[in-house]
Design a protein around this ligand. Structure first.
Ligand SMILES: [Zn+2]
Length: 318
């Protein structure tokens, strides 16, 4: 996740990208791929700038550059369930993976016992790492390039990514951030990243089946190695993480480890965690989770290590 400096107001950029794009609708049609739905309308058929035109965006009413000059000229724009896609990749190519993105809010709601409403997440899909890098260089100079990123500012969430083999995983990670931050509340870094890591892989469960991801293709193995050296994710230490610092790989591992443990260790630990997240999202005084867990998990280290040792065999089963 990336937090913007004041001079990087993304909201001054994103709306320009709509111009010149076609609007597709990801609906629920049974006989026709919704991603292949014909053009519904052009958002600005006359190419007028209006409130979202290029001139207003670049802050210079005399600038005569075309929209193509200030944006990649998104050929595909489609909306569904609060997700707004702006893509250089044809919808037909994305189609098999889009549902994995659209399912995410339901999975979060189900697993965390929350109700996410009023979602508004913009996802930019570039066709290559190079085109993403060029866009970053132009509009967000100074940001470190990555396969994907979530940019949080005053407006709705913005996700930048390029289409690659792990596209869905990356988008679900960033979209989890965007959904959690939709209410503009403060979320401890270990929970923010832990949940993003936890939900980055689709559950693959059929409707009605309980959502539960108990393993991660990378973190689970690393945790087992960690345990062999007598190390474990220390919750109280995680609660002191500086929200302005980038996490190390070990910290991502521990964030996932704590979240996965709490959601799957026992009904009581799951309920404590859900209750805590709910308090955070409702902006209620929540304190530290480690304090609230004193009754449920009096010895975190023992419970944590035992849980992952017991799941060493089952860890390969998602
Ligand atoms: Zn993240």
């Amino acid at each position: 996740m990336v937090r913007l400096r004041p001079n990087q107001r993304w909201s001054l950029v994103i709306l320009a990208l709509i111009l010149g794009s076609q609007l597709y609708c990801i609906g629920h049609a049974q006989t026709q791929s919704p991603l292949q739905s014909p053009l519904q309308s052009r958002l600005h058929p006359n190419g007028s700038t209006g409130s979202i035109g290029s001139a207003s965006l670049i802050g210079n009413s005399t600038d005569t550059r075309s929209d193509q000059d200030i944006s990649p000229g998104w050929p595909y724009v489609f909306d569904e369930s609060g997700f707004h896609f702006y893509s250089l990749v044809p919808p037909k190519v994305l189609e098999s993976q889009i549902q994995g993105v659209l399912r995410l809010p339901d999975e979060l709601n189900q697993e965390l016992g929350i109700t996410l409403k009023g979602l508004n997440v913009h996802i930019l899909v570039f066709d290559s790492r190079r085109s993403l890098d060029e866009y970053l260089h132009r509009y967000y100079p100074g940001l470190r390039a990555a396969n994907s990123m979530y940019i949080r500012d005053q407006g709705p969430g913005l996700i930048l990514t390029w289409f690659h083999a792990d596209w869905l995983v990356d988008v679900r990670h960033e979209a989890t951030h965007a959904l959690l931050h939709a209410k503009r509340v403060s979320i401890p870094l270990w929970i923010d990243e832990g949940l993003a890591e936890y939900f980055e892989y689709p559950s693959g469960s059929s409707s009605g089946e309980s959502f539960a991801i108990k393993s991660h293709p990378v973190h689970t193995k690393l945790i087992h190695t960690q345990l062999r050296f007598g190390q474990f994710a220390n919750l109280e230490e995680q609660e002191r993480w500086d929200p302005n610092k980038r996490l190390s790989n070990q910290q991502y591992r521990d964030a996932w480890g704590s979240v996965a443990f709490l959601l799957n260790h026992s009904d009581q630990s799951k309920e404590e965690f859900r209750s805590y997240v709910k308090d955070l999202l409702e902006n209620r005084a929540s304190g530290n989770l480690s304090y609230r867990l004193q009754q449920t998990i009096p010895d975190w280290r023992t419970a944590y290590t035992r849980y992952y040792r017991e799941h060493s065999v089952a860890s390969s089963i998602r």
